[in-house]
Design a protein around this ligand. Structure first.
Ligand code: B12
Ligand code: SF4
Length: 512
């Protein structure tokens, strides 16, 4: 890599490494970071010079990353923060500031916007942006007065207090934002998980943002649903097809099928055009019908991802996703009728969970005969109703967000210990997959030679990544602890503040 300083770039957007845990976090799939690519495209459209670094997918070590900071000498750096990435974000900000002390550093994303006060306790972080990053980033680049930039949180001049500007107005028509800047990342480095595609190369696309659901564990609950026009999404897919040869799309919408009209229109466009594309999408148990399945299949859909969460009607009410079991049965039957696979997600360790309710969940997955069974452990992400309730009741074991990856029990329950949950999880996987019907099903999927090759390469990647994860340079990214970077004093983030910021967060994503 050439070092040497080139002309200063305006904006550098960074996607940090995902937290690497022994059993999770391995690079089993990775597709472009939609959020920062949208911000990048928005700034580029106004003529700014933008770069994006996806540390995670590039398996970039610290030395390479910091030499790029020197090279780009950015005016503004933005880092995207999910809960698990918060410690590494603080470390990145501090190092970047040491190398390039003239630049300003902003953070955004679902975790950062909930904790402006703690993010800004690290003096290397200058700004927190709440909600969509496109508008506020542009205003920062244009040098607008800080107090006039909506959705911005920043410190007062004496570094003693955090100022939260009013929320920005929600952009309802997503076509106001340009097509994400896929050209700024290395498209050939991305790949979907082994069992989730029919064709390659693959990438991701988003038609909608937000979800009207109210699920207690989810950061998307109660957020306003907004959409791109189907025509725009169709054009985006065509562009991806011609620029990168894309043949598989993973729709990353929270609940793709909630926007029924949009789905019909988009599918009709794909069908009329005979676009040679296959795709997967998320669906909700109550946003599904025979008509939808039929048109999805015709347009190229081969797999839907459904968060069924539980087989217990009691728990379904507790988590505020009270969709009746018959609906899921119907969903699976219809999907199978149209030869669409069902990848079902379940959660154990919910509030009020017992051995009986976990058994009900496993039995439900087996009875439904879903094609893929994913089992997560209930995790109280800040900003969710679950976090608020569990924290109020003193049930949160720790707030080390690095470990908030849905594979460890974090909520203390009355009837189940952490070991009970972990042991059940292991047993459930074995019980689900080690049945002749499942073994036969998985083998049947491997029909084409191409699939075998893909499986082998995915397997090799898993091994390669497992090795990389053990390498000190890579593991080093995750050695940081959030508190080590607090060099300014503000009032701590107690529960009432988190609640307040949860409101701030939801308001910035809620309809008026
Ligand atoms: C698709 C998806 C995945 C995919 C791909 C993830 C990826 N890296 O792209 C897969 C399946 C791999 C995945 C994995 C996981 N995911 Co996920 N995922 C999503 C989902 C549904 C869409 C992400 C997306 O593309 N959003 C669309 C873009 C446009 O929105 P955005 O990223 O939020 O960006 C906007 C703003 O937030 C802001 N912004 C974002 N970054 C920045 C940075 C700056 C500087 C600024 C100014 C602004 C800004 O501006 C952007 C544009 O307006 C979200 C839910 C959601 N709706 O976001 C969950 C979500 C992000 N995932 C979540 C979780 C928990 C996980 C996992 C931990 C699950 C697991 N057990 O493995 C892993 C962790 C992955 C990781 N990166 O560490 C949670 C995160 C909760 C949290 N508090 O951190 C979410 C929010 C789900 C939820 N509703 O609760 N996920
Ligand atoms: S879990 Fe799914 S349905 Fe529920 S709020 Fe989140 S995205 Fe919506």
């Amino acid at each position: 890599m050439t070092e040497g300083i080139q002309n200063q770039i305006d904006l550098l957007l960074v996607y940090p490494p995902w937290t690497v845990l022994s059993s999770r976090g391995i690079l089993a799939n990775a597709l472009p970071p939609q959020g920062i690519l949208s911000i990048a495209a928005h700034a580029e459209r106004e003529g700014y010079n933008v770069k994006v670094i996806d540390i995670h997918v590039e398996r970039m070590d610290k030395q390479t990353f910091y030499s790029l900071i020197k090279k780009y000498n950015p005016r503004l750096v933005g880092i995207s923060v999910l809960s698990q990435m918060v410690a590494v974000t603080h470390a990145l900000a501090k190092e970047i500031k040491m190398i390039s002390n003239n630049c300003k550093i902003m953070v955004g994303g679902v975790h950062a916007e909930l904790f402006p006060e703690t993010m800004l306790q690290n003096s290397s972080i200058d700004y927190v942006i709440r909600g969509d990053g496109e508008g506020p980033t542009l205003k920062l680049l244009q040098g607008q007065e800080l107090c006039k930039i909506e959705s911005l949180s920043y410190r007062n001049i004496s570094n003693t207090k955090v100022i939260h500007n009013v929320n920005q107005k929600i952009v309802m028509d997503l076509d106001e934002y340009p097509i994400p800047a896929y050209h700024l990342v290395k498209m050939d480095k991305y790949f979907p998980s082994a069992t989730s595609y029919k064709n390659l190369p693959a990438t991701n696309v988003i038609m909608t943002r937000g979800c009207p659901g109210k699920c207690t564990f989810c950061n998307s609950a109660n957020t306003v649903l907004r959409s791109h026009s189907p025509r725009r999404v169709f054009e985006m897919i065509k562009t991806l097809r011609s620029n990168y040869g894309i043949r598989q799309i993973q729709f990353y919408d929270d609940t793709f099928t909630v926007n029924k009209k949009g789905v019909y229109e988009l599918c009709n466009l794909l069908i009329e055009d005979k676009t040679d594309i296959t795709f997967t999408c998320y669906a909700r148990g109550d946003c599904w019908s025979e008509d939808i399945a039929k048109i999805l299949k015709k347009a190229g859909c081969h797999q839907v991802l459904v968060g069924i969460e539980t087989g217990s009607e009691k728990i379904a009410k507790v988590i505020r996703k009270p969709i009746r079991k018959e609906k899921y049965k119907r969903l699976v039957d219809i999907a199978h009728k149209y030869n669409i696979e069902v990848r079902a997600g379940f959660i154990i360790g919910n509030m009020e969970e017992t051995f009986e309710t976990m058994d009900e969940t496993l039995q439900f997955a087996i009875d439904l005969e879903v094609d893929f069974f994913q089992l997560n452990i209930n995790t109280p992400y800040p900003g969710t109703q679950l976090f608020i309730d569990a924290d109020r009741e003193g049930r949160i074991k720790h707030k080390n967000f690095k470990l908030y990856g849905q594979s460890l029990p974090i909520v203390e329950l009355d009837d189940l210990s952490a070991d009970d949950i972990l042991n059940f999880s292991k047993k459930a996987f074995r019980k689900f997959y080690m049945r002749p019907v499942q073994i036969f099903k998985q083998l049947k999927r491997i029909r084409k030679l191409e699939h075998i090759k893909n499986l082998i390469s995915a397997f090799n990647l898993l091994i390669a990544n497992a090795k990389i994860n053990k390498e000190p340079e890579w593991a080093d990214w995750n050695s940081a602890n959030e508190e080590d970077f607090y060099d300014l004093e503000f009032h701590g983030n107690d529960v009432s503040q988190v609640k307040e910021f949860a409101n701030l967060n939801y308001k910035v994503r809620e309809s008026a």
